[in-house]
Design a protein around this ligand. Structure first.
Ligand SMILES: NC(=O)c1ccc[n+]([C@@H]2O[C@H](COP(=O)([O-])OP(=O)(O)OC[C@H]3O[C@@H](n4cnc5c(N)ncnc54)[C@H](O)[C@@H]3O)[C@@H](O)[C@H]2O)c1
Length: 463
């Protein structure tokens, strides 16, 4: 069955569609890297190879049970860069297909490894899950910490009860994001690029900014800021440690695009609170310079892109994708774990493709959806917000001690960066109430933003 001309641009630009049954395109004759016979080897296609897709190609080439048979990119320059890097003779890598997104790949009988965030809206991840189940496809999201042994052991400890009940978690993303520039001209389109495919379901309007690739993360029509770019990694781990398998009941997000005026329009500094009936997740995104290291008074040292899980008897910190450490509140270390490779997540996908059990995945699409949707919920809250004076406390859980501490630290960080709140105001998001059963809000305006208008030819197929 031929792949349809669809896109996957806005949220998950790198995707591998695989099938044990095989796909049409052939690449260089695969080396026999394992004892697996040809019928047991996965034939893999990677789509979107400018940035993360290069890493995918590298991992698939290293995987002993798969053959990378095709790569595809609507920008031929990205394709050529990949070939120059990984293949002596780029012509031996055929173009696979023009365009596909995860649902269409699954409908075409492929299993899918889709990058984080797996979706652009709250609704999309649920629809992807429904298709995966209906069609019996294997669909994994690319948050590789899920397969790192150090992280898996850390989470086991968090859930073991040895920290006491764990009801609060932090997802921290302190990652400097500089201005993307301020121009009034359209981004240059790389020679030969198929812009229509690139734009996918978004309006086919060339964005006003310096650079087309990558900076789509910072415009809301295609991206979702670092809450939805880097922080799905940390939101996912936080939720995993809290043991939550549904959407929170309440969400509120405050912040702004602060410190510069550029062509971006999503927040670069954003504090988001997710509240279940018995648990709290605090997401803290800081795109400006961290001038004073942030430790929250913990023994784990300065935090950057990290997680904290707070128990009644102690806490655990994961300072990166592969490790964790736990302490009691007297500073005594309770345990430390580390290790794991990126390849392990690909190997896990391969194992599930072979077993045909989505339960074998370390990050099945449903879990991927729940973690991605956290970012979307935060952005919906923020989008519906109003400018406030600096220092105005959050309108959700403001008295909870971790929320208070995080807000104070967030505010101090903005002050240190001498934010001009006149040109770049702070916005207090609307508090959303969500029914975890229906994954809808009580707020019709919010519900409209849980989905989106799809450009003709790029509509999301509903189950
Ligand atoms: N798991 C991780 O650690 C990790 C790290 C980085 C990025 N990512 C994710 O990977 C994805 C890609 O990010 P990136 O930084 O590589 O973006 P990018 O903009 O640098 O590259 C995307 C590539 O996809 C191509 N593309 C876009 N639409 C296409 C279509 N319809 N058909 C074929 N090719 C198409 C573009 O031409 C470009 O070459 C994002 O979802 C991002 O969040 C994950």
């Amino acid at each position: 069955m031929p792949l349809h001309r669809r896109d996957f641009v806005s949220s998950a630009l790198s995707l591998a569609a695989t099938s044990l049954a095989g796909i049409d395109a052939r690449a260089a004759a695969p080396e026999a890297r394992s004892g697996a016979g040809p019928n047991n080897r996965l034939r893999v296609a990677v789509i979107g190879v400018n940035g993360q897709g290069q890493k995918h190609a590298q991992e698939w080439l290293a995987n002993p049970d798969s053959d990378l048979v095709a790569v595809c990119d609507c920008d031929p320059n990205a394709f050529v860069r990949l070939c120059e890097k990984h293949f002596q003779d780029g012509r031996r890598v055929p173009e696979f297909t023009t365009d596909v997104m995860a649902v269409w790949a699954m409908q075409a009988g492929k299993d899918v490894y889709v990058e984080k965030p797996c979706s652009y809206t709250v609704e999309e991840g649920r629809v992807m899950t429904q298709w995966a189940r209906k069609l019996g496809r294997i669909c994994q999201m690319g948050v590789q910490s899920r397969s790192m042994t150090g992280m898996r052991e850390t989470i086991d400890f968090v859930k073991s009860g040895k920290l006491g009940p764990v009801k609060v978690a932090h997802a921290l993303c302190y990652k400097r994001r500089k201005s993307i520039g301020l121009v009034d001209t359209p981004a240059p389109i790389p020679p030969g690029m198929n812009f229509d495919l690139w734009a996918g379901p978004a309006p086919a309007v060339v964005p006003t900014r310096e650079k087309l690739h990558y900076d789509w993360h910072w415009n809301h029509v295609t991206g979702n800021g670092d809450l939805g770019n880097q922080n799905p990694h940390e939101l996912d781990k936080a939720r995993w440690g809290l043991g939550k398998h549904d959407l929170p009941r309440r969400v509120m997000s405050l912040g702004g695009r602060l410190g510069y005026v550029d062509n971006g329009d999503v927040a670069n500094s954003q504090l988001t609170i997710f509240q279940w009936d018995d648990a709290l997740l605090i997401s803290d995104v800081r795109g400006l310079e961290i001038k004073t290291p942030v430790t929250f008074g913990l023994a784990a040292g300065p935090l950057r892109v990290a997680n904290i899980w707070w128990g009644t008897e102690g806490y655990a910190v994961a300072p990166n994708y592969t490790s964790g450490v736990a302490f009691d509140y007297d500073g005594k270390q309770l345990g430390a774990w580390s290790g794991g490779t990126y390849q392990a997540h690909f190997a896990n996908f391969v194992a599930a493709v072979k077993s045909r059990r989505h339960q074998d995945l370390h990050l099945d699409i449903e879990d991927g959806h729940l973690s991605s949707a956290l970012a979307h919920l935060g952005n919906v809250s923020w989008a519906l917000g109003k400018p406030v004076e600096p220092g105005t406390p959050p309108t959700l859980a403001a008295d909870e001690k971790h929320v208070r501490q995080t807000f104070e630290s967030f505010t101090a960080h903005l002050r240190e960066n001498e934010i001009d709140f006149q040109t770049t105001p702070l916005r207090m998001g609307r508090t959303l109430t969500i029914d975890p059963q229906t994954e809808r809000s009580t707020d019709p305006e919010a519900n409209r933003l849980f989905t989106r208008e799809y450009r003709t030819g790029y509509e999301l197929p509903r189950v």
